[in-house]
Design a binder for this molecule. Structure first.
Ligand code: ZN
Length: 140
């Protein structure tokens, strides 16, 4: 029953929730997280909201075998720097793949997952994680 409730919440959040950053219209650079000022253009920069498509490539990664208590159930897990297609990088957990199969250059897409739950039936924190776009690893 609880599982079903969570699935419903996921569906609802998925449609609302995007990787939102911003973009400088002056120089075309994308930022995540959003910046208040474009470091390139300063005052001349014109920043507008931008929703990333959530597709990217693994730039570098680390397999985490020692984790804080809250993450122990998921060990080992992979944390990667993902280079989004728009050209900016962010750090995220890689899921739905064995840690040993993660490779630099692997295509990934954002997916939304429960990151942390406080207490029984308490507040659930959601966030983006990334998963491979294909089951097969390697080239695409
Ligand atoms: Zn700029």
């Amino acid at each position: 029953m609880a599982e079903q409730g969570v699935a419903q919440v996921w569906r609802r959040i998925r449609s609302m929730y995007n990787i939102q950053g911003n973009k400088c219209e002056t120089c075309g650079t994308h930022y995540f997280p959003p910046r208040p000022v474009c470091p390139e253009c300063r005052r001349k920069g014109k920043l507008v909201n931008f929703h990333f498509k959530g597709l990217g490539t693994i730039y570098s990664f680390a397999i985490v075998r020692q984790a804080p208590e809250d993450f122990k159930r998921q060990m080992p897990y992979v944390v990667a720097q993902v280079e989004l297609d728009e050209g900016t990088r962010l750090t995220a957990q890689i899921v739905n793949v064995d840690a040993e199969d993660v490779k630099i250059g692997m295509r990934v897409r954002a997916c939304f997952r429960k990151i942390k739950e406080f207490g029984q039936g308490g507040i659930i924190v959601y966030g983006y994680k990334f998963e491979p776009t294909m089951k097969v690893t390697g080239h695409d």
